[in-house]
Design a protein around this ligand. Structure first.
Ligand SMILES: C[S@@+](CC[C@H](N)C(=O)[O-])C[C@H]1O[C@@H](n2cnc3c(N)ncnc32)[C@H](O)[C@@H]1O
Length: 287
């Protein structure tokens, strides 16, 4: 059973101001020092090309709305370019994951091979996308989507050296109009409410071809004696309120039962159970 969890409380980045005193006097500096309000990414009512071929051939359709949970809980992390500029580094990703970032990325990437077409349904800070694109090689193709324009723009820069990589604005919970040899969903599920977890898992499984793998790397419930357990529970309650559910629920449980039956499921945990990789392989020949 999926259980509801506490709501997020406000988060302040005041502490970051003390970390880099050498920054030039600029709006970003003032923002990080708490003297100026950050500028969340603007979502002008323009029309853009989306991930839907039908939409493309018809011209264009409205961009996906920023989900309410994202603007309520994660504006500071993902929708405010002044902050993202400093957060979007491999060092930050490694620190957030207690030094396990490379290990967890390797665990995810090991499920894919050169020449495959792989969907990454949400951007990741640092060098995740370029590393995955390198695994797929020039004959493969990485397709990155995200619901936030500023994240797509930043990722486009990172993937400049990979001409076969493509990027689109899309909500990971929405149905896709095409399928892939694989899907690599890295630390997205813990950031979304329960109804979104269900919709995202369904959408990504639907997008996986027979023989292909949907790979989910994310938080998991750490063992009772894990020394970081009390810290992580506080962090989740304060900053990541939708992460606690992954301590109680199997990722498989978010899939509609009949769809789950079309896959074989394998779970591995890492770092005393704090992290997990779930690989859902679609039955049948293909990828
Ligand atoms: C993959 S998650 C977290 C990854 C990891 N914590 C990191 O270091 O980047 C972050 C991304 O998910 C995106 N995101 C959140 N909800 C989404 C959704 N429903 N559809 C697509 N992208 C989403 C955010 O815009 C953000 O770029």
């Amino acid at each position: 059973m999926n259980k509801p969890h506490a709501a997020a409380s406000d988060f302040r980045l005041d502490s970051l101001a003390e970390e880099d005193l050498s920054l030039p006097a600029s709006r970003e500096t003032a923002v990080l020092a708490g003297r100026a309000r950050p500028t969340p990414v603007e979502v002008p009512p323009v029309e853009v090309s989306l991930n839907s071929a039908a939409a493309r051939s018809a011209g264009s359709v409205a961009r996906p709305a920023i989900p309410e949970y994202l603007s309520k809980v994660y504006t500071w992390a993902y929708l405010t370019p002044a902050y993202s500029r400093y957060l979007d580094t491999s060092f930050v990703v490694s620190a957030i994951l207690w030094g396990n970032a490379n290990r967890l990325m390797r665990a995810g990437f090991s499920e894919f091979e050169a020449g495959q077409e792989v969907l990454q349904p949400a951007c990741v800070y640092g060098s995740f996308s370029s590393k995955l694109a390198a695994v797929l090689g020039p004959k493969g193709a990485l397709h990155v989507t995200d619901v936030a324009t500023n994240q797509i723009d930043a990722c486009r820069t990172k993937l400049a050296a990979f001409p076969s990589a493509t990027l689109d604005l899309a909500d990971a919970a929405d149905p896709r109009d095409r399928s892939y040899d694989g899907v690599c969903c890295f630390f997205l599920l813990h950031e979304v409410p329960e109804d979104y977890k269900h919709r995202i898992v369904k959408s990504l499984l639907d997008a996986t071809r027979p023989g292909g793998k949907a790979v989910f790397v994310d938080y998991h419930g750490p063992s009772l004696l894990h020394p970081l357990r009390p810290i992580m529970i506080v962090v989740w309650r304060l900053l990541e309120p939708y992460a606690l559910a992954l301590s109680d629920n199997e990722i498989r449980s978010y899939a509609p039962p009949s769809l789950a039956e079309e896959f074989t499921w394998h779970k591995e945990t890492y770092f005393g159970g704090l992290y997990q990789k779930v690989v859902a392989t679609r039955k049948g020949e293909g990828a």
